[in-house]
Design a protein around this ligand. Structure first.
Ligand code: V47
Ligand code: SF4
Length: 365
């Protein structure tokens, strides 16, 4: 069947998609410029179907945010506070253990662990943290620390990046989440996260992580002051690194939430922007196996629709999400396995519970 594009400019891109030809920066800009949301979605769905058919993945996971004290205080972050703030916290090993034991009867497959840069925590805290989690959950995988934390730990310990990653891997680190790059633009960095590392350092650390044999994800924070060109440049930088290392597993576009941040006057992203962002990520990142629709940020309902716009993964059950909810997210704090599966089935897809490496889990339930 021939698709009747409302925006005829998309026909050219469809030809490239059919031949699996890599899209250029100009193609990416054209896709953002197009008013034809369904046309862009159809292109992304073609790629998604080729890679994953009707499968849609999710994971049974738990988030642990070990501290909200952070010395960086990025303008877009509502989660981080100063030590003197009454809302500040930092979990010791007993508290980590308590959080894990609260859910010990649940089939948690992955622990997603990230936190702020808290100068009171030394390097041994992080290796102990990993060992504690492995002791209590020996069969679960640990996806922990962004490049920002790895950079911080390397400076704290005086170890090279390679040695830092090796020490963490040795203590139980299984893979890394995608955060920390935000938007790889020096212009945006200077305005929103001047204390955080630049793109060169983020890419260098990711390369070292992949070299150490660890897989990672990648993210992009969008919907604040970035331009569409900066979004496309970000995607192309990720695509280039993936060509080199093959270490990225999933890409997750993160929709900016402004409540309680230094950018509180900015409006939320629209549904059209969220869907286009997912679809264009699928199209530009032809060497990334997976694109996640992170339901926490775009809401359960839109995440379900996103399965038709290039996404093949809804992330996880999560149980207790803090970062986006502090910034005003209206989504649930966690979902049950049944809710995840129902979202997927009612969208016309086959739910696949997965482990951290996209191995399929066929549990009795
Ligand atoms: O790096 C911070 C973002 C990230 C806000 O790898 C915000 O599987 C929106 O990286 N509005 C952390 N976003 C979350 C993250 C992540 C999430 C889910 C899955 C994976 C994965 C990774 O959250 C930060 C930052 O980019 N963030 N503040 C905010 N106000
Ligand atoms: Fe700290 Fe990360 Fe929040 Fe920036 S985004 S203030 S580095 S916790």
């Amino acid at each position: 069947m021939k698709w009747n594009f409302a925006d005829k400019r998309l026909e050219n891109i469809y030809d490239k998609i059919k031949k699996a030809t890599r899209l250029s920066k100009e193609d990416g800009l054209l896709l953002f410029d197009s008013f034809d949301l369904n046309g862009v979605g159809m292109l992304a769905d073609t790629v998604r179907q080729r890679l994953h058919g009707q499968k849609a993945f999710y994971i049974y996971n738990q988030h642990l945010n070990y501290t909200n004290i952070c010395k960086n205080r990025c303008l877009f972050c509502a989660y981080a506070v100063d030590k003197v703030d009454t809302a500040s916290y930092s979990w010791n090993m007993e508290e980590i253990e308590t959080r894990l034991m609260e859910r010990i009867d649940e089939p948690v497959n992955e622990l997603h662990i990230v936190g702020g840069l808290n100068p009171d925590l030394d390097f041994s805290y992080f290796t102990q943290l990993l060992k504690t989690v492995k002791r209590i959950r020996p069969n679960s995988k640990i996806k922990a620390f962004t490049c920002v934390e790895i950079d911080y730990l390397s400076n704290l310990s005086g170890l090279s990046i390679d040695a830092t990653v090796a020490a963490l891997k040795n203590a139980g680190l299984d893979m890394m989440p995608g955060g920390g790059a935000e938007v790889m633009s020096e212009r945006v960095r200077k305005k929103l996260f001047p204390k955080k590392m630049g793109k060169e350092r983020w890419l260098e650390i990711m390369e070292a992580v992949h070299r150490a044999g660890l897989k990672s994800n990648a993210t992009m924070l969008y919907g604040h002051i970035e331009t569409v060109e900066e979004r496309i440049d970000h995607l192309i930088l990720l695509r280039e690194l993936q060509e080199k290392t093959g270490g990225f597993s999933a890409f997750i576009p993160l929709a900016f939430h402004s409540k309680n941040t230094g950018l509180a006057d900015l409006p939320s992203t629209t549904a059209v922007d969220d869907l286009k962002m997912i679809a264009i990520s699928r199209l530009m990142l032809d060497n990334f196996p997976h694109i996640k629709a992170y339901w926490v940020m775009i809401g359960e309902k839109l995440a379900q629709v996103a399965l038709n716009y290039g996404a093949d993964d809804l992330d996880g059950t999560i149980i207790e999400e803090r970062i986006t909810h502090t910034a005003g997210a209206k989504s649930a704090k966690g979902l049950t396995r049944e809710q995840m599966e129902e979202m997927i089935i009612s969208a016309g897809f086959i739910p696949i519970e997965r482990d951290s490496f996209y191995g399929e889990i066929h549990a009795e339930h």
